[in-house]
Design a protein around this ligand. Sequence first.
Ligand code: RP5
Length: 164
Amino acid sequence: MSEAPNPLVIVLMGSKSDWDVMQHCHLTLDQFAIPHECRVLSAHRTPHETTEYVTGAEARGVEVVIAAAGGAAHLAGVAAAHTVLPVLGIPMESASLKGLDSLLSTVQMPGGIPVGTLAIGKAGAINAALLAVAILGGHRPELRDRLRAHRAEQARKILAEKLV
Ligand code: RP5
């Protein structure tokens, strides 16, 4: 577990094997100096602890929940069932179906309990962090300014590309 005293974002993943990818979510949140906590919790293997952790998040001041899982990926849906905080789901790439299983499990929530689902793997991990910053930025103009600067930097890099 990686801890911040008063996290605004919690980042859950179903297994330590997800960390190679999910460290990019953590690093992106760090880039924006967002206090956050990363934890391995599984919808299947630790159902009670997962429920307890997500249920208590709002009272701790958490504003966004990020949940990554692979295969029969229920973690984001289970998290969303236990909180009204926005939940962002990241499908992890799986060995057998390359993450299509994780994508469909995460994205196909029945109407009523939303999970905002990002892309499979690293792109989703980075974008979940950026979307969390945008959500937090709704009432923190300084964060919106940092997002604008981040986009400007990406544009500067693209425009500076030389092919030959
Ligand atoms: C999911 O099962 C995890 O999120 C992970 O992506 C996948 C495989 O987990 P391990 O068998 O590597 O622990 O619950």
